[in-house]
Write a protein that binds this ligand. Sequence first.
Ligand code: AMP
Length: 563
Amino acid sequence: MAIIGIDLGTTNSACGVWQDGKARLIENRHGELLTPSVVGLDGEKNVIVGKTAKHRLLTHPTSTVGVFKRLMGTKHAIELGDRRFSATELSAFVLKSLKDDAETFLSEKVEEAIISVPAYFNDNQRQATKQAGEIAGLKVRRLINEPTAAALAYGLHERKEGTFAVLDMGGGTFDVSVIEYFEGVMEVHASAGDNYLGGEDFLEALVSDFLAKHDLKKEALGKEDLQRVYETLERVKCNINAPWSSRLELTLAGRDIQFEASGEWFKSCVTPLLLRVRNPIEQALRDARIPLAEIEEVLLVGGATRMAVFRNAVGKLFGRIPSSHLDPDLAIAMGATVQAGLKARDETLDDVVLTDVCPYSLGTEVVDPGGSGRAGYFLPIIERNSVVPASRVETLQTVEDNQKQLQVNVYQGEHRLVEKNVFLGSIDVKVPHNKAGEETFDLRFSYDMNGLLEVDVKINSTGNVINHVIEQSPGTLSNEELEKSKARLAALKFHPREKEENIELLSRGEHLYSMYLGHERTMLGELLAHFESVLDGQNGTEITKARQQLKELLDAMDKGPLQ
Ligand code: AMP
């Protein structure tokens, strides 16, 4: 029976199977290799996964979720409509969708898998990933570290022993791993990262500069106008390697704007971000105690590494051209599949992580560093990927006159806003009355190998210290909870494939409808209404015809305004 290799990613997932001596990636129900890691529930409590759910993120934000991989291994409940799920359960939905697609592709049952996890995942997060597999009906034969998977995809295990760097830049984060292959074992020596450096930050830099150049303020633009700016500049970003400039024509806040998005303009916007690429690389090399000159090959994974400016910056740093002949979005899934192939022949390559690192950033709530005075902002104290045990201190101050009490709220996560992170606990401390900012306190976080977080608050004027230990509730399930979860999820329905495609087209259409105006909007509205009425008629041939017609229009509109 086949073992599939799975990349269970933050934004996208993919899977493959070892066939005829090579890794073969599996197309999903939409004929695509990437399945967005997005899950939703529709009005009839049917589970929707992947591309269909991704389009519903915009049209049905309260019953659709993405980026839950960051919550793996926590007990944090994620709301989906009126139901609540753990990240493990949501991941199980994605895995089940991949499993179903693999079964259709292979025309046989699939019950075993190898799943990739970030090198910095701790035991808890690894266990949660295995349990997600089990809930989805997959026995997880083993987990593979993502950088190791990248190395296997590039076939480094067949070519040479040596030391390599894997650079992974996705939508939100940049991760660097230094790995060594020696005597049949792939060791991840160190991982370091920047939690706020990813493709989305490059896009944000373009949007800010574009708006500033045209005297436009985000707050003053309507939601649709702003969405259009983001979508247009995302297209510019993804096509920036082309030798020509993109000429943009947009109507924003009633003004017609024309703009030449040249390579030079792009570069000037993103240079500050490119300068930040160096830090985590240096940090990982330092932690691994390996000089840069010993790195024999640099591998790129993650969609944002496609940008030529990124490749050039990395090339300059390492003094060598990074290897990038594999699709950076698919390399991890290919590597997990290579491991599945080795496993099937009982030849698995061993894969170990040497460093013990903190899997999430731990920090506290502070007022807006931008000066608006609003609370709700996250100040990381121990950054994700810090080698543990770690102990860090930050000095903070009171924010109100005559403040009597401090409330220190503790969170884990990578988001700038605390509400998007996981709340771990709160400590109340009395402070002497004084003017705002006059009382300072040292906030010390100490994190150990067992996942215990110790928080000390020291009021500097009195020397008073309050100590509080936060035990992170492990997000892994007991056997009983696992069975319960399986039963709960088994009671939910998945749409038949055919129906899912229709829902996907409708939500894509609804989204485009909100983006366009005038003639195009009218035409789309008519076609959507027609499609809905054909669906009601339940005539298979008619539905196929109407679906094709709608799809052609949506594909054309996706490329930009119709001529
Ligand atoms: P991932 O999480 O690995 O799928 O990476 C997603 C990020 O890669 C997003 O920010 C995308 O905008 C970015 N990305 C994907 N394709 C390209 C491309 N051709 N050029 C630049 N960025 C890209």
